[in-house]
Design a protein around this ligand. Sequence first.
Ligand code: AP5
Length: 237
Amino acid sequence: MIRFWKFSRNKPVRLNMVLIGPPGAGKGTQAKFIQEEFGYIQLSTGQMLRAAVSARSEVGRQTKAIMERGDLVSDDLVIRIISERIDEADCKNGFVLDGFPRTVPQAEALDILMSNKEHSIDIVIELAAGEEELVARIAGRFTCSGCDQGYHATFKPPAVEGTCDKCGGHDFKRRADDNEETLRDRFKSYYELTAPLTRYYSQKGVLHTVDAEPSIASVSGQLKEILQTALSDVAVG
Ligand code: AP5
């Protein structure tokens, strides 16, 4: 079910959000939760790029090897992809960016993009978790080949073993970049290039840091509180 929090005039409140966190922190899991619970559209650059690789499009051909190494694709390319995507009709009430921005130049470009559209980034949530926990999460992660629903062998298995809860499919896959060697590079690029974004957004007064080590439901609860507070501030203000 998709719903927006409504106020006096029954108008949905636009919120544009960013989730930041190292590989396996739960960005995809929690962005989906926000979309289902609040209606803000999940925009995952990782998912968009993987779809381009599967479709063997021009973008996919340019990025396949880079992603398989665990490196970041060029800022220009992801900025272009996001700029086009946020103009689509389903984003008119706001969105939650999962995996973008990932560098300070991407964050600066996003600010310019948003201000050209007379909008801003309202909430940035950092999902913080230690590397040991993250490696365990990525080792157990798999998705449905049919509908891309995400699972974890221990923390979020399908209700019926071998059957997707969402589409009933029986075929599952693992990501090409979910291996030990690539993961080391993904962590390295997170700490070098993405972690400085917490300072960038903290200086703008929009950063919230959440402990992402507890269960999925508990992390979702923390996010729900942040969003409800932001929405009630809008309603009051
Ligand atoms: P991307 O797809 O964004 O990968 P990532 O940042 O490495 O993050 P992950 O998808 O691995 O983890 P997640 O935080 O979403 O965790 P999840 O919810 O799945 O990017 C992939 C690649 O694309 C990059 O390496 C780069 O090459 C390229 N790219 C993408 N964006 C780019 C950009 N802006 N610029 C340049 N290049 C870009 O959770 C993980 C597992 O743990 C799941 O199985 C889940 O069920 C489980 N889980 C989640 N939360 C919990 C919890 N609280 N407790 C227990 N289990 C949990």
